[in-house]
Each structure stands twice: as structure tokens, then as C-alpha cells.
Design a protein. Structure first.
Length: 458
């Protein structure tokens, strides 16, 4: 009886501790990783590094000098040599290890064994990146960072850079317009596409940039950001008037660049430019970011007259995509559906959009249109996004690389308030004045009237 009592006294706290750890792992994975997962995975990695590398085929035969030294000093068997391991660096989401490859190895060998390493060391995922020839970084992620997105405290910030989402390897996904000037973003209803667009507008609002919107849903997506917008078109008719103005603005900027290129003999090389970023600060025009929401609405036609207008708008969009980068005009094209059946110019417009972000879509053809020409293996990843995870997307570019990302939650009120606070940064562009949206005056909140008691008199 005493042994049973002792067992119950010891087992109770152990069971409570195990239950608390299981609850923390399910509900608070970051806290669980910092307290339990990190030390356990570190010990597991240190104790099994050599054997795991050998089991995964990531070891090489030792050098002759090493063989002679082992045989001369000890009687042990000469075993294959794993890659030289650097210091283990813990992070808030996992571990990082730098490895020096052995002769004859390449980073693709480690990428192919990432799934084996994940199971051997008990982590959520393993990602391999090349640092320099002969050196790779292993990034071990301890838990699913996309289940509850928390952006890193330190994220890249620069001109036309917006940290808009989190990658599956726990690094921020930064939308850099100077590196990837134009992008196509697709997503079905409730897929998180609007949240992605909301982050972009809120991230660009405090920067010296002109924001222009074409929202053919009567402006319901972009109208809340009206205080920060330089121009807004809410239907195809207004878009047909706005796009030629942007094309003319682009041509005027090319004239400015061309005038700068009329250089005299002896002009320093750094003063010769082919885009606006080479102009002096006092001459450089402000960058323009054009948001096109529901791009399919610009392609749809009902009459012959609408077809002519559609062809003009598509031609102007293609011109902006082909020539706008050097003039500081960038495109963010969004929609629920995008395919060749939209009409003439759809495929040509897509070819000019370097960046691709595909949220959950309703058909495989849309995923293929977004990612099939740059990363065919990413199409299946985009088609497998569950409706229970809004904001999850597959991001790629024309280099062929792709990764899963997820946008954190940002309320419409907070994004609109950011735009209101940055309303004074709207640049002066006379050509866009006719299209500047009307900003409703916020009603002044007045205190309720106070009724004082009437004094009692005789």
C-alpha cells in the first residue's frame, strides 16, 4: 500500500508536467520550443550528428593522412568522415548550423536528405541554403511557424521594401519593388488575398511613394485607403481614363532621363543613368505603385465598344509592365482568376509580371497560370492549400525558386488609420489630380450634453 501511495505521489506531478508540456506544444508552440524543444533537439543533434550523417549518405571516405594517423594511434576502425560542423546557433523558432562540405559534396545532397534529417533530429522542417562555395547553412525549424504567424522583430526596411508575410523557414518575405518591379497575386474569395494587399498598402503608406489604385468592385477594397491614394478608379470607365495618364507620365519621365543622358565630355560615369534612380535627388520623380484589384474586370466585355476599350486598357497595362520599371512605375496586379481565356493580351501581360503569389484558388488552371511557367512543382503546393488557413500562399519568381508564405492578420481599421496618419505624404502629381479620391471628413466626436440638476427653491 505504501508503494502505491508513493507511486501516486510521484506520478501525479509527472503527469501534470507532461500534460502541461503537451498543452504548451499545441497552443503555445513558441514557448514550448524555447523551454523544451530547443534543449532536447540540441542534445539529440550533438549526440547523433555523425551517425545521422552516415545514415543519410552525407559522409565521405577519410583522407589517407587521417587513415594513417588513426591506425598508428589507435586500433579503432576507420569510419567515413561527416562534414565539419560549426557552432549551433539557437533562434526563437529553431536552430542554425553552418557546415563545410567535404570534397565531392554539393548542397543538393543535403537538400535531398532534408526530410531524413528532420525525422532524425525531431524538428518540424530542415532547410538548406548556400552561403558560399563549400559552405551551407542548415536551418532547423522547431514548429509550424505558419500556423500562428508572428513576424520577426527585425525585418528589412528600405525604399520600396515591405515585409508582408512570413516564409515557412521563419524568415520574412519582403516585397522589394526595386528587385521585383511587377507582381501577379491570385486568390479566391476568403483566401487572404485582400489581407496581402492590405499589408502592401499599409507598408508603403509611410514611404515617399505615390499610390494609385484601380478597384473595379466599386472601390470597396481600396476606398478605405483613400487619404493616402494619389488616384483611384472604381470602374472600367474610370480605369480607361486613368491608364493613359499613367502612360503619359511614364513617357515624360523617359524624356527627363533622356535629357540627363545628353552628357558633355568629361562627365563622371556615376552621373550617367538609364532609370530614375540614377537622377539627383532634387530631379528624381517620386515612384508610383499601381494596384489593380480584380484584373479580370478589365478584360470582360459586353459590347463591341467595350471590346475596343478593353484592348486599349490591356495594351496600356502591358506598356506599363514592359517599360515602367525604369520610370519608377510598378504594378501589383491582383485577381481571383487569371487565364488565357480572359482574352487577347492576358498571357503577354503575365509574362511581364516577374513576381507571383498564389493563394488558394478554385481551379488548377489559375495555379498553373500563376506558377506553371516558373516553377511547375509549386502548382501542386498551391492547389493543396486548405480553406482553414486563409493567408497561406505560394510565392515564386522567374528565377524558379518558390516557398510557402502566410500573411499575418491586419484589421482594415488599422490599415486605414495608417493611411490617414500618412495622408500628408501624398506627393504632388498634377496629372493625377483629377483622379484623386474624395476623402470623407471624419465626424467630430462630441461629448454627450450634461444635464445639471435644477436647484430647489422655495
Amino acid at each position: 500500500m505504501s508503494d502505491l501511495t508513493t507511486l501516486l505521489e510521484v506520478g501525479g506531478p509527472v503527469a501534470a508536467l507532461g500534460g502541461g508540456a503537451a498543452y504548451a506544444r499545441a497552443k503555445h508552440p513558441a514557448a514550448y520550443w524555447s523551454t523544451v524543444g530547443l534543449p532536447v533537439s540540441t542534445v539529440r543533434l550533438l549526440s547523433s550528428y555523425g551517425s545521422v550523417m552516415e545514415a543519410c549518405g552525407l559522409t565521405v571516405a577519410p583522407s589517407r593522412l587521417r587513415v594513417l594517423a588513426v591506425k598508428a594511434m589507435t586500433q579503432r576502425e576507420v569510419r567515413p568522415v561527416p562534414p565539419r560542423r560549426g557552432i549551433i546557433r539557437p533562434t526563437t523558432t529553431g536552430l542554425r548550423i553552418r557546415l563545410r562540405l567535404a570534397p565531392g559534396q554539393e548542397p543538393a545532397d543535403f537538400a535531398a536528405s532534408a526530410e531524413r534529417l528532420r525525422h532524425a533530429w525531431g524538428v518540424h522542417a530542415v532547410y538548406v541554403t548556400t552561403v558560399k562555395p563549400g559552405v551551407v547553412d542548415l536551418r532547423l525549424v522547431g514548429y509550424d511557424v505558419l500556423r500562428r504567424v508572428r513576424m520577426p522583430r527585425k525585418t528589412p526596411h528600405g525604399p520600396l521594401e515591405v515585409p508582408v508575410a512570413l516564409r515557412e523557414d521563419a524568415t520574412p518575405f519582403v516585397r522589394d519593388y526595386r528587385t521585383i518591379p511587377h507582381q501577379l497575386t491570385l486568390g479566391a474569395t476568403l483566401s487572404g488575398k485582400s489581407m496581402y494587399l492590405r499589408h502592401l498598402v499599409a507598408g508603403l503608406a509611410p514611404q515617399p511613394v505615390a499610390l494609385v489604385g484601380i478597384d473595379c468592385k466599386r472601390g470597396v477594397e481600396l476606398a478605405p485607403f483613400a487619404p493616402r491614394l494619389s488616384a483611384l478608379a472604381t470602374d472600367p470607365e474610370q480605369a480607361a481614363e486613368l491608364l493613359p495618364v499613367l502612360v503619359n507620365e511614364m513617357e515624360d519621365r523617359y524624356d527627363l532621363i533622356k535629357a540627363r543622358q545628353s552628357i558633355a565630355p568629361g562627365t563622371p560615369d556615376e552621373e550617367i543613368t538609364s532609370d530614375i534612380w540614377g537622377l539627383p535627388d532634387h530631379e528624381r520623380p517620386v515612384p508610383v505603385v499601381l494596384f489593380v484589384d480584380e484584373v479580370a474586370e478589365l478584360f470582360l466585355v459586353a459590347t463591341k465598344k467595350d471590346e475596343e476599350r478593353r484592348d486599349e486598357m490591356v495594351t496600356q497595362l502591358i506598356r506599363l509592365a514592359q517599360l515602367g520599371r525604369a520610370a519608377g512605375i510598378y504594378l501589383e496586379v491582383c485577381g481571383q482568376r487569371f487565364g488565357a481565356e480572359l482574352g487577347k493580351g492576358a498571357t503577354m501581360l503575365r509574362a511581364q509580371l516577374t513576381g507571383r503569389v498564389c493563394h488558394r484558388v478554385n481551379d488548377e488552371a489559375s495555379a498553373k497560370m500563376a506558377l506553371g511557367d516558373i516553377a511547375p512543382e509549386a502548382v501542386q503546393a498551391a492547389c493543396s492549400i486548405a480553406p482553414e488557413r486563409p493567408g497561406l500562399a505560394v510565392a515564386g519568381d522567374t528565377s524558379g525558386g518558390w516557398s510557402r508564405i502566410r500573411t499575418p492578420y491586419l484589421s482594415l481599421g488599422d490599415a486605414a488609420e495608417t493611411c490617414r496618419e500618412a495622408a500628408h505624404l501624398v506627393p504632388d502629381l498634377p496629372a493625377l489630380k483629377p483622379f484623386q479620391p474624395d476623402v470623407p471628413v471624419r465626424p467630430v466626436e462630441t461629448a454627450a450634453p450634461v444635464f445639471l440638476p435644477r436647484p430647489v427653491t422655495d
